[in-house]
Design a protein around this ligand. Sequence first.
Ligand code: DLL
Length: 445
Amino acid sequence: MLFNPGIETLAIDKLRRLQSERLVSQVEYLFKHVPFYRNNLEMAGIRPGSIASIEDIHLLPFTKKNDLRDNYPFGLLAVPQNEIARIHCSSGTTGKPTVVGYTKEDLEIFSEVVARSLAAAGCKPGMILQNAYGYGLFTGGLGLHYGAERLGMTVIPLSGGMTERQIMLMRDFGSDAICCTPSYALTIAHELLKKGIDPKSLKLKYAVLGAEPWTESIRTEVETGLHVSATNIYGLSEIIGPGVSQEDHEEKSSGSYIWEDHFFPEIVDKDNGEPLAEGKTGVLVFTTLTKKAMPLLRYWTNDITNIYYDKSGKRTHVKMGQIIGRSDDMLIIRGVNPFHTQVETLLNDFPELSAHYLLVVTREASMDEVEVKVELEARVCRELELDHAADTVLTNERINIVYRSLQKKIKDHIGLTMKLSFMLPGTIPRSEGGKQSRISDLRKK
Ligand code: DLL
């Protein structure tokens, strides 16, 4: 179902015209209302009249996370504080958070794009949505909540955690859909298995997963473990929150539609910021076209992906691929930049291995090493009677073959030899609803 068919299928030339009008007025608006942008634009030699259409977007300077930090907390607001209806923060673990403000109109847009996203995920008015994204400063909980209400769903505002209670209410209330991080969806699936509950006995049909990178292997595991159709929802607080892009449940694995009437995307080279051609991988940059409280021009997300037009899709808007990593937390190991999602994809080739893994980075005598800790599948452990200490599992011939061929695959695909540790099921910490950490970099400690 399309929530807003007129916009979602708008012909490209009309979409460009709309984007052009919106960009021109957004630049004028920022020039007038935000001293940071007035200075930046003047320094780049840009007056409001210099931008005539969306084609001129590359003339604008980038906005980076540091600009938000330097203007903490309210320096980038374009409206007086009494016109701010809500404040959210971006989830950082260190230092001061990144603050974002919304006017009432911004919140309307936020709900609209989330409603479009939920509809693309398969949700319909009248369905029950179990919202297991965290409520609070994080945009996930309230963002999905109001978007679901806008679509006409019944929302259960559970927030993350309390997995047993999630399962009880899911059964008792008959939730049709769940939204949460992909890692938390795995935690719930695992708990169902542990409790001997057949996922087919649940009414659950759809899972809307995002807020952290995930791959096809996690999708398969969630879809089987919860008996749902799982789609990707992407977003970031600085731009609006969840609902910047969303995968269609009938066009899975072909990318997520970016709602580009509100958020104009570009892919640029991570080193020199030059725009890259359709389909090329680089840093995702967004310009908000309609926001009022805190519009951003060419915001450097640090997320690495590609964008392309899928001519066979239901909608005209551009699609983005999965996020393969972030340029700011990219590992550099002996000159190679491995992303944890690359390792995750290789793990998927081995039915003996589960989707629970962690990359541990250490430095010994100035040599950086990566160890892949990955849990064995519980079913395989039972079959092979591998219930003894993890360090003895390699004596099993089948597991030993997996070890050697995974190590070779990692070397061939990523170019690094990584140490592997096969762990017993349940030994790697699980998500309790928040974003799952896949890298433990002990070099920084
Ligand atoms: O994570 C918003 C969100 C909430 C998205 C719920 C989806 C669902 P932040 O806390 O500001 O906002 O974190 C934004 O999370 O720049 C990406 O690095 C990452 N991220 C978000 N969604 C995805 C996704 C929310 N689907 C940062 N795939 C972004 C990969 C994602 N990474």
